[in-house]
Write a protein that binds this ligand. Structure first.
Ligand code: DP6
Length: 421
């Protein structure tokens, strides 16, 4: 190891997106390697609005591997972190930084320790796939620092061992996680189906639903479903294979009606499996159900599928609109039924791409208060309002995969101390 006498610190920083599944992963055939019982398909969300940023530093002066998440030190002793670190170290290559006079040989990586700092640009408590972005970012950044060559989706297979859905965050746009057949998991990898530019009109609106309930984690929930749900095997073997093919076709041909139909059906089937689990798991709450009804009513009144909804292991709704115009109509309806608290600002209720508010003709709280009941509910049901049931909305779009941040100012670790800034 050249430069050992001086105490140098070498770092890499990267950002990785979250993703939301439109065909869900639910159930493992191998718990330790995180191998799924069916293929899944996701869309990657714009990292400007929902992503993790991670800096990994290496130095001969570090005594042990350490990690800080959102500013707090966390333990790396868990099996998932250990598996990711071991697998990536195995594939490390020679690294040379001529400017700094640092040379690390392949075999040195086993002896060198790492400091890792990571943060999410969205609240972890919001229950928005933070582990997917987090593990994807960790593995991507480690691979860059250690000069790991990505052959045959190896890197996504390592991210998978951190959290299954993380493998899909290794690419932008539309991504398929192929379940694979090999017992060692080497063919259980993510592949990109199409980049985000292939279908860039799509608008995503996320309703972060207020919830006091402690939810069952995805890991525990899917284990219980595998053990007790008789419907789960039927879904994995009989339903998903056909749906995956149809979804790929819908993405290829940018057929929004098919994408919406399959997305809603698959979300509903996943939650049906949760209900079929013993004891039953309830991820959606009354607010989630009201959002489904709102979308179903909108679709029915327009006579075609205008908006898709999907829900993961929690009550938050992820809504997909085919373009900004429909997203504006959707936002009007959402804000009519779930208005912001009266003393709040519209700007802190709608996060992300706020320009959708203009599309909806909503500039101020007064505009929201003056919203007429949507045509499809007028005279049919009392136009009930539920202020406070949604914490906030995030307007976003599809986005690209992980990327290195080369500006040293964006690093989360100080090159002087080797600890978080
Ligand atoms: C409902 O990837 O969080 O979001 O592999 O145990 O870490 P582990 O689970 P995780 O499960 C995600 C489940 C889901 C559906 C999906 O993203 O496909």
């Amino acid at each position: 190891m050249a430069g050992e006498a001086q105490s140098w610190v070498l770092m890499a920083t990267a950002r990785a997106p979250t993703n939301i599944a439109v065909i869900k992963y639910w159930g493992k055939r191998d718990e330790a390697l995180i191998l799924p019982i069916n293929d899944s398909i996701s869309v990657t969300l714009d990292p400007d609005h929902l992503s993790a940023t991670t800096t990994v530093a290496v130095s001969p002066s570090f005594k042990q591997d350490r990690m800080w998440l959102n500013g707090k030190e966390i333990s790396l002793s868990g099996g998932r972190y250990q598996n990711c670190l071991r697998e990536i170290r195995k594939r490390a290559g020679d690294v040379e930084d001529e400017k700094k006079g640092i040379r690390i040989k392949k075999e040195d990586w086993e002896k060198l320790h790492l400091h890792i700092a990571s943060y999410n640009n969205f609240p972890t408590a919001a229950g928005l796939a933070s582990s997917a972005a987090g593990f994807a970012c960790l593995v991507f950044t480690l691979a860059k620092l250690m000069n790991v060559k990505d052959e045959h989706g190896d890197i996504s297979a390592i991210a998978r061992q951190g959290s299954g859905s993380a493998c899909r965050s290794m690419y932008g746009g539309f991504v398929k996680w192929m379940m694979g057949n090999d017992a060692d998991g080497s063919d259980s990898i993510a592949v990109q189906l199409a980049s985000h530019t292939h279908w860039d009109d799509l608008v995503i609106i996320i309703a972060v639903v207020s919830s006091k309930q402690k939810e069952t984690s995805s890991t525990t929930g899917m284990r219980e479903s595998v053990e007790t749900s008789p419907l789960l095997e039927y879904r994995a073997k009989t339903v998903v294979p056909g749906r995956v093919l149809q979804m790929e076709e819908a993405i290829n041909s940018r057929d929004f009606a098919s994408l919406a139909r399959l997305t809603c059906a698959d979300s509903n089937q996943f939650h049906a499996i949760c209900l079929d689990t013993s004891p039953p798991i309830f991820y959606m709450n009354d607010t989630s159900h009201r959002i489904i009804s709102l979308v179903e009513r909108l679709n029915l009144s327009e006579g075609s599928l205008q908006v898709a909804y999907t829900f993961d292991a929690g009550p938050n709704a992820v809504l997909i609109a085919p373009n900004r115009k429909v997203a504006g109509l959707l936002l009007q309806r959402l804000l009519f039924q779930f208005p912001p608290p009266t003393d709040s600002e519209l700007a802190s209720y709608i996060l992300g791409d706020k320009s959708i508010l203009h599309e909806a003709g909503l500039q101020s709280m007064k505009d929201v208060e003056d919203l007429p009941p949507p045509v499809e509910i007028k005279d049919k049901v009392p136009s009930q309002k539920f202020p406070g049931d949604v914490s906030y909305f995030i307007c976003t779009r599809l986005g690209s995969g992980p990327r290195l941040l080369t500006d040293e100012n964006q690093a989360l670790i100080s090159p002087e101390t080797g600890c978080p800034k």
